[in-house]
Design a protein around this ligand. Structure first.
Ligand SMILES: Nc1ncnc2c1ncn2[C@@H]1O[C@H](COP(=O)(O)OP(=O)(O)OP(=O)(O)O)[C@@H](O)[C@H]1O
Ligand SMILES: [Mg+2]
Length: 361
């Protein structure tokens, strides 16, 4: 059944004087992998606990499948939650952990075991039913927790940073697996993370949050390629940033005057006017060094750092006191630190946005 599954309507929540979530309204579609991405303390866990029913919001409504959840306790909601610090029952075997919910429903032991094995199969853990949770790796334990949450047949699975305790390799593997589990089960996933790589790789839709508010909702491509605020432009991926003032506007392009001369870019908002102070963003992979071709924006700087990153090299360039990052394929250039280089970028690859709070301001 397509359509919306979870609707959040003007949700606010305050813990005494701390406003954790502020007037948040959005819709999560059925069968969607939806992520909330934001820095620590921006209100992600609070929001998830409101959806699950562990916290009653100070204001606003949660609808699931069109039904108002007000007054509905967590165990009666069509949701299951995997907590930030997950805990399996250490004295029960893996299958008993998974089958925990069935016991309450009065299923026979044989049936409980059968259902548990089906669920373990679904999370790609076929041979661990009789092991104890301590005998499993972190990633395997994470999958048992997912199987246990799926056992209650939720319409919506709420996941609070489930991969944060895993090492990089395992995390990468679990990113693919989680995405597969979501596609196969067709359960709506609401996933919370402060890791932009996870959110970009797994999600159908991402809501970028800061200070209790949603800054932008979009597909991973929209969030990365068309950030609408300075915060999104700097929180998701790397971005070079230059301050300037708008001197000319021509359709969707603008020219800005900066301490490095005049630069041009695409206008990232219709709300930008001549004379306004703005920021211009350009991604490191959209910059080129010593290009043979004519490119509309070109400035000269000095190389201050060159970092080897396997298939690519990351170059830091100092242009009149402003630092720029440029990424290029390893072997494309043979610079040394101290060399002069021309940095250029197309105006179509640069984005002009209103000034606003960026990360690290
Ligand atoms: N029980 C509580 N009592 C008082 N303040 C709280 C409580 N829980 C959270 N807060 C505050 O609310 C804000 C949002 O917290 P929340 O746990 O939702 O953030 P988060 O985005 O999940 O962060 P993290 O990524 O670190 O888990 C923070 O300022 C936090 O200090
Ligand atoms: Mg949290």
């Amino acid at each position: 059944m397509p359509g919306q599954n979870v609707e959040l309507i003007h949700i606010s929540h305050a813990f005494k004087e701390v406003t954790a979530v502020e007037d948040l309204t959005l819709t999560v579609d059925r069968k969607c992998f939806f992520s909330f991405l934001g820095p620590s303390g921006c209100g992600k866990t609070t929001l998830l606990r409101i959806i699950a029913g562990f916290i009653r919001p100070t204001r606003g409504k949660v609808l699931i499948g069109g039904k108002d959840m007000a007054g509905m306790p967590p165990n009666l909601r069509p949701t299951a939650m995997i907590f930030q610090n997950l805990a399996l029952f250490p004295l029960m075997s893996v299958w008993e952990n998974v089958a925990f919910a069935f016991e309450v429903r009065g299923m026979t032991k044989k049936n409980r075991r059968m259902r548990a094995e089906e669920l373990l199969d679904r999370v790609a853990l076929p041979d661990v039913a009789d092991k104890s949770p301590q005998e499993l790796s972190g990633g395997q334990r994470q999958r048992v927790a997912i199987a246990r949450a799926l056992a209650v047949e939720p319409e919506v699975l709420l996941l609070d940073e489930p991969l944060s305790a895993l090492d990089l390799k395992l995390r990468q593997k679990m990113i693919t697996e989680l995405r597969d589990i979501q596609r196969q089960t067709e359960v709506t996933f609401i996933y919370i993370t402060h890791d932009q790589g996870e959110a970009l790789a797994m999600s159908d839709q991402i809501a970028v949050m800061t200070e209790g508010k949603v800054q932008q909702i979009g597909t991973p491509e929209e969030i990365y390629n068309k950030p609408r605020t300075a915060f999104v432009a700097t929180f998701v991926g790397e971005n070079n940033r230059i301050q300037g003032r708008i001197t000319r506007i021509d359709h969707d392009r603008g020219e800005i005057s900066t301490s490095l001369g005049n630069l041009t870019g695409k206008l990232g908002s219709t709300d930008i006017n001549i004379g306004e102070d703005v920021l211009l963003f350009v991604r490191p992979e959209r910059c080129t060094l010593n290009s043979q071709k004519e490119i509309d924006n070109s400035i000269t700087g000095q190389i201050v750092q060159l970092d080897f990153a396997g298939p690519t090299r990351i170059c830091n360039l100092n242009v009149k006191g402003e630092l720029f990052k440029v990424v290029y394929p390893e072997g494309q250039h043979h610079f040394k630190t101290g060399d002069q280089a021309d940095l250029s970028f197309h105006s179509r690859d640069a984005l002009i946005l209103p000034q606003g709070k960026a990360v690290h301001d």
